[in-house]
Design a protein. Structure first.
Length: 537
């Protein structure tokens, strides 16, 4: 075999459409990774990446045409063997180009062009209100500025007083001292907002609520009306929880079910972080994945048929995401949770990996800033990947080795095994992300998750039943929430107790990147060893 042909066979993808598709998605993600670490000045001139893409397309077309020629078949075969290389190279360039065009352009029709100026903005509130202890944060989609007819687009984050209360899609006029978001302490606030395409902020502007004219009312589309009703209903549920429960149980219930975590006391929030339980206070991929896995395992172990349990959990997941207002983070988390559920239901853990990689590529195609700037995306992806990779291994080892003499047949023991396996699997890959971004590692996390997560399905069901009954008879909400209150008290007591244990967590003031790479190496080595042991058995 000639040297050229050997090189093509070494570098080209092995036969199989699914494998080519998988590596194509990985190459696109790799392009996003490259672009995320390139200096901005190289990305703003995105024409060079576009030219690279065109060159790859030309080479692909040449390879494809050469394949179909009858003459010079040997040369055609050689070139055809290399066509996947050009496809993968094209997707790498495409990933870089996609990241480049997502960078903000400094033109007068963009609101961030006026950062550093005092202007009057006209627009509407285009996101659910973020109400905090001392202020509320409004995301304003700008239509025009300074009473001119010149259209200016973009988003502004306005931090204002708690009162008056504004509504989603409300038309407002605000006098703003526009600023670019700044980093503070170790938090990259500018990158945090960039993932939402927000590059301008204003603090405590003068806001006037404007009465929409008939033309504006007629332009309200179905999406706006739908979200208005969803947010209004969600706010009603939030008020019902506050009426039925006392603090801090009410804040914790709102965080777990509705995603309202801003009102949780700071000391309690810190204890959740120290015990490795912060994920249950957020609508994350890890939270949803563990939840659906535990519910599915519980339904199977109490005698429900596998297919019935699967569709029951799908229905629960769908209704739950609609209930909390269809935020992007929850929809992403729901998608990740579905992948884990599908993997456990089908018993085939190779296909969900392909789906997970495709899902990540699709989400990054929509918003490439998620990769570097959204910790929630990183945690969700790695937690689900960890469950898909490690869950069957841990579940098999626990069942066949640690409990081989017990021969567990009871539903409770099997549910406990599922819980342990899912928890360990989710934690193993997110550990370096948590250590790097939050500067602390919870040493007691496996124990705390084991003590808390088993109760999460019962807690959510208790809260949802209380909400349904409370909507019918709101005066008796305190009675309906009584079971949920007991379970919430249990969670808080466990968290308070575990956080007091000496050395329950360690502070990581500085984490060398080399340690992260070494950790990843040992994780993959562990996975290979465990899989080899399972295969041998």
């Amino acid at each position: 075999m000639h040297q050229h042909t050997k090189l093509c066979w070494i570098l080209a993808v092995p036969q199989g459409k699914s494998k080519i598709f998988l590596i194509s998605c990985v190459c696109f993600i790799f392009g996003i990774i490259i672009a995320s670490f390139l200096p901005v000045k190289y990305l703003t001139n995105n024409i060079q990446w576009f030219i690279g893409m065109i060159a790859c397309v030309v080479l692909l077309v040449l390879c494809w045409n050469t394949k179909n020629k009858n003459s010079n078949k040997n040369q055609a075969s050689k070139i055809h063997e290399a066509w996947p290389l050009f496809l993968f190279l094209f997707l790498v360039f495409f990933g870089i180009w996609r990241c480049a065009i997502a960078m903000p352009t400094e033109t007068p029709d963009k609101i961030w062009h006026y950062n550093g100026q005092k202007i009057v903005i006209h627009g509407n509130i285009c996101k659910e209100l973020d109400i905090r202890k001392n202020n509320q944060q409004l995301t304003i989609c700008v239509n025009k500025i300074n009473d001119s007819n010149f259209n200016v687009t973009g988003k502004v984050l306005a931090i204002t007083n708690l009162y008056p209360i504004y509504n989603y899609n409300e038309k407002i006029k605000a006098v703003c001292d526009l600023e670019a978001p700044q980093k503070f302490k170790d938090f990259a606030y500018d990158k945090y907002l960039a993932r939402y395409d927000i590059y301008s902020v204003c603090y405590y502007p003068e806001i006037r609520q404007e009465t929409p004219n008939q033309y504006t009312k007629n332009r309200q589309n179905l999406k706006s009306v739908f979200y208005q009703n969803i947010f209004s209903f969600k706010n009603k549920l939030h008020e019902l929880i506050n009426f039925g429960l006392t603090e801090p149980e009410a804040s914790l219930a709102s965080a777990i079910t509705l995603g309202y975590k801003k009102n949780i006391p700071d000391d309690l929030r810190a204890k959740f972080a120290q015990t490795g339980l912060s994920h249950i206070m957020a609508i994350s991929g890890m939270h949803i994945s563990i939840l659906v896995a535990v519910i599915f395992g519980f339904l199977i172990n109490i005698g429900l048929r596998r297919k019935v349990a699967f569709w029951f959990v799908i229905l629960f997941l769908f209704c739950y995401i609609i209930l909390i207002g269809l935020p992007a983070s929850a929809m992403r988390a729901g998608l990740m949770g579905f992948l884990v559920l599908f993997a456990i239901y089908s018993g085939r853990f190779s296909k969900p990996i392909n789906l997970l990689i495709f899902t990540a590529a699709f989400l990054l195609l929509i918003n490439p800033k998620l990769l570097l700037n959204d910790i929630g995306f990183q945690l969700s992806f790695l937690a689900v990947l960890g469950i898909i990779w490690f869950y069957p291994v841990f579940n098999n080892l626990i069942t066949k080795n640690l409990l081989k003499d017990l021969n567990p047949k009871g539903g409770l023991i099997k549910t406990l095994i599922t819980l342990i396996s899912v928890t360990l699997s989710a934690q193993i890959l997110i550990l370096p992300i948590i250590a790097y971004n939050f500067s602390q590692i919870s040493l007691i996390s496996p124990i705390s998750n084991l003590l808390i997560l088993w109760i999460l399905p019962f807690l959510m069901i208790a809260i949802l039943i209380a909400l349904i009954l409370g909507l019918i008879l709101p005066s008796f909400a305190f009675l309906f929430f009584f079971p949920a209150g007991i379970l919430l008290k249990y969670v808080i007591i466990i968290v308070n107790y575990l956080a007091q244990i000496p050395y329950s967590y360690i502070e990581v003031n500085y984490l060398w990147h080399g340690w992260l790479m070494l950790y990843c190496f040992f994780v993959f080595l562990l996975l290979w060893k465990l899989n080899s042991k399972v295969v041998q058995e």
